[in-house]
Design a binder for this molecule. Structure first.
Ligand code: ATP
Length: 200
């Protein structure tokens, strides 16, 4: 489809929960995190180029990418970090655009935690933010994953501030309420997106 919605929100905000409700309505999803993983799977040119550059020390026993080894290398080496970004960003972007173009639902949703941070909002027609307070983000993430408050805090502060995302987003779902309150909000947005995609 041609009409694209970018769905974003900080860690633990409820992106996956909301995206699944759109999927139940027949809307196809492209997940930026999954694409980012796919392009460095075994056998991809992405992974081959990383191995050519960093050596086989970057691989696990099973020849898959050792993410923590890679993270460690680029952590204190800005030059290597930008080498990696320059390699992967265009590959990820192309793959995302291919998957979005292959979708046949009336509109398509790109789910991306870092939609604004990585300027992926430029690829979409409209943006939808799942908004919750940092306190709720911490609570729900610690509840879901085995991570500490401090680890969640670190991730929250690495993402764009809530106020900035609220300013940028075209649509906002307030997710402070119950999960059961989300369905009717999603249906209302869905009807609007169907109209917008029809007129696009
Ligand atoms: P991440 O970016 O970390 O992958 P996410 O934005 O996709 O997170 P979800 O996984 O959808 O967020 O939600 C985070 C957690 O909060 C999940 O355990 C989910 O079930 C729960 N959750 C989502 N919405 C609500 C809500 N309104 N009330 C209570 N719990 C919720």
């Amino acid at each position: 489809s041609k009409y694209l919605i970018g769905l974003t929100g900080g860690i633990g905000s409820g992106k996956t929960t909301v995206a699944n409700l759109f999927a139940e309505l027949g809307i196809e999803l492209v997940d930026a995190d999954i694409v980012a993983r796919d392009v460095v799977e075994i056998g991809t040119s992405g992974l081959n180029q990383i191995v050519d550059h960093f050596g086989r020390q970057i691989l696990n026993q099973d020849a898959s990418l050792d993410r923590s080894a890679l993270r460690e290398i680029i952590f204190n080496q800005p030059k290597e970090r930008s080498w990696l970004n320059n390699l992967l960003h265009p590959i990820i972007r192309t793959e995302m655009l291919n998957q979005l173009a292959a979708s046949s639902s009336p509109y398509t949703i790109l789910v991306a935690p870092l939609l604004f941070e990585n300027e992926l909002d430029r690829l979409v027609d409209r943006t939808l933010l799942i908004d919750i307070s940092p306190e709720q983000q911490r609570k729900r993430t610690v509840n879901r994953d085995s991570v500490t408050n401090e680890q969640v805090e670190k991730i929250i502060s690495s993402q764009a501030p809530r106020a900035e995302k609220l300013l940028k987003a075209d649509d906002v779902i307030d997710n402070h309420g119950e999960i059961s309150a989300l369905k009717s909000k999603v249906i209302a947005l869905h009807n609007n997106y169907l109209k917008l995609s029809n007129n696009a």
